[in-house]
Design a protein around this ligand. Structure first.
Ligand SMILES: Nc1nc2c(ncn2[C@@H]2O[C@@H]3COP(=O)(O)O[C@H]3[C@H]2O)c(=O)[nH]1
Length: 578
């Protein structure tokens, strides 16, 4: 029985593998084996990516960090050594320079503010002259035969003078220039000096001052050895910027500068023409310089005719001449068109205000003509435009000031109008800050002769301060009675403004008419009350003054005054008592 059980429990022997092809069977076995190996490998990789990938060794962090630190240290040391060497070199230079610098201290001060110091700008003009001397004369001397025996001492003297100016600029001026670092103005002399010495400008200045002229001894007196002097161009541009910033009419300088560029292009062309003529043989053909008269003048004349495309030149014949002439024409098209474009921009910017005024006036006139506005009104509008432009040089001052930060606007407003406002009786006893706040919200407006600024009975929404001209408070039939004439610095329109709207207290108490052209400041009620919210004490003061004014000049007082004036007009002045 047990035998039978045993037989039932034990598994039957596996069937003999079916071998179809011995080779493919082995192949399959191999594939299965490598797949299971691969599976194991991936499993391992999930837990430790470097364990089964001997080709990728895990980064040895510590080693790398150590190496990096060492490299850094080495660099630091190298840098430290360089700085030390540099410092030592400058130390020895300073031993020579410091006594000289000390001599200049009383004249130039410890440091120079390059933006506002006029002495610095005057100095820059001298350096610019030296730079221009080098630019114009070095090129001329290189091309024209100007290094004659007799002229050489003069050239030498002038060159030395220009070099001295360059050196003085680098040693005494540039090293003292204040600069801005992280918003701070650096005025420490040692720091300004180091800043200059580490700048690109210093590098260029140093190269420009290098005495390559010493090569004269080897190669003779040739201006080419001084061409490094042209690297001082930065000073010229700095001078140009500074001059523009201090000039009231900067466009004048811009026009001069652009003309200068134009003349210099012609100068270079004249030099090249002379060289080309010399190469061809002076007077050799009809196209080249003939050799007669002043060489520079004749060549410059050629350059003007050629570059400005005036024409009327002798025809070039040789290949060289044709190529030269053609290049001249092509260059002229690009260079001159851009220079003339630049000139147009400069003049356009200078007259931008005028153009804006013209276009807005033309636009308004067109609008009035299209809408058949009576010619009387049209003429008044034209007069307003012309007078406003003549009086303030712009139509809307606030447009210009709006772009500035508040501090600047305040500074300008305080400077122009605060003294006028301080004299106004109405604001006496009020906080001074109120006046400043008011100045910032004023709008300037021009009224023509006879214009009504304020009409009796209207709701008062603005008050006015007279900037220039005069206004009249009028009443009676046909507004023929003049109660009072108010001049520059007076306030009007304040009575209705300071009254509450209850019982119609906010209505204008009189007519106010412009007498002649009146330039007024307008302060809106809303703006005034916005300001007064922050000054309750001043608000009370103004309210009290408003009530007083109402009593003194309000409707009742005005009526009495009117009656009085009417009476006077009918009966004439009373005869003096005998
Ligand atoms: N009613 C009146 N107004 C005057 C007089 N003098 C100047 N004004 C000004 O004329 C303005 C007319 O408008 P408001 O009533 O707002 O404020 C008035 C005053 O500012 C005067 O004698 N009487």
């Amino acid at each position: 029985m047990s035998f039978s059980i045993f037989r039932q429990e034990s598994a039957p022997p596996p069937p003999a593998p079916i071998v179809i092809n011995k080779y493919s069977d082995e192949r399959l076995r191999f594939i299965v084996k490598s797949m299971s190996e691969r599976l194991e490998l991936y499993k391992e990789k999930v837990t430790d990516q470097y364990a089964s990938s001997p080709e990728i060794s895990p980064p040895k962090k510590e080693d790398e960090e150590k190496k990096l630190a060492e490299a850094k240290e080495e660099k630091k040391e190298e840098k430290g050594l360089k700085t030390k060497l540099k410092e030592a070199a400058w130390y020895s230079v300073d031993i020579v320079l410091k006594p000289m610098e000390a001599l200049m201290d009383p004249v130039l001060g410890n440091t120079i503010d390059p933006f506002t110091d006029r002495r610095y700008i005057a100095w820059l003009s001298l350096v610019t002259m030296a730079f221009n001397y080098n630019t114009w004369f070095l090129t001329a001397r290189l091309c024209f035969p100007y290094h004659t025996e007799s002229a050489m001492p003069y050239w030498f003297a002038m060159d030395t003078l220009a070099d001295l100016i360059y050196l003085t600029d680098s040693i005494f001026f540039q090293a003292r220039k204040q600069f801005v670092k992280g918003g701070d103005i650096i005025k420490d002399r040692e720091v300004t000096k180091n800043n200059y010495r580490n700048s690109d400008r210093f590098l260029l200045d140093t190269i420009s001052a290098m005495p390559f002229d010493l090569l004269y001894f080897q190669f003779g007196f040739k201006s080419i050895f001084r061409f490094n002097r042209l690297l001082k161009a930065d000073t010229f541009f700095e001078f140009s910027d500074r001059l523009e910033s201090i000039m009231t009419k900067a466009y004048i300088w811009r026009v001069i500068r652009t003309i200068g560029y134009l003349l210099f292009m012609l100068h270079i062309n004249a030099c090249l023409y002379y060289v080309a003529s010399d190469y061809q043989g002076i007077g050799g053909t009809k196209w080249v310089y003939s050799g007669l008269g002043s060489a520079y003048l004749r060549c410059y004349y050629y350059a003007v005719r050629s570059l400005i495309n005036i024409g009327g030149l002798n025809e070039p014949h040789t290949v060289f001449e044709i190529t030269f002439q053609m290049t001249n024409f092509v260059v002229a098209v690009f260079v001159f068109s851009s220079l003339i474009g630049q000139m147009r921009d400069v003049i356009g910017a200078a007259t931008a205000g005028q153009t804006y005024f013209r276009s807005s006036m033309d636009g308004t006139v067109d609008y009035m003509v299209n809408n058949h506005i009576p010619s009387l009104v049209q003429n008044r509008v034209r007069t307003w435009y012309t007078y406003t432009w003549d009086a303030q040089g712009m139509l809307d001052e606030s447009e210009l000031l709006d772009k500035m930060p508040l501090v600047m606007r305040t500074a300008i407003a305080v400077d122009i109008n605060l003294t006028t406002f301080q004299k106004i009786d109405l604001f006496k006893g009020c906080d001074q800050q109120i006046l400043v706040d008011m100045l910032l919200r004023l709008k300037s407006i021009v009224y023509l002769p006879g214009d009504f600024v304020v009409k009796k009975g209207d709701i008062g929404k603005e008050m006015y301060v007279i900037k220039s001209g005069a206004v009249q408070v009028v009443g009676g039939p046909d507004n023929s009675i003049v109660f009072v004439t108010l001049k520059a610095g007076c306030v009007f329109g304040e009575i209705s403004l300071l009254q509450s709207s209850k019982d119609g207290g906010n209505r204008r108490t009189a007519n106010v008419k412009a007498y002649g052209f009146a330039n007024l400041f307008v302060l809106e009620k809303k703006d005034l009350f916005d300001i007064l919210v922050h000054y309750p004490e001043s608000r009370k003061v103004l309210a009290r003054k408003g009530k007083k004014l109402m009593k003194a000049k309000g409707p009742a007082a005005a009526k009495a005054e009117e009656e009085k004036k009417k009476g006077l007009a009918l009966s004439g002045p009373r005869p003096p008592t005998p």
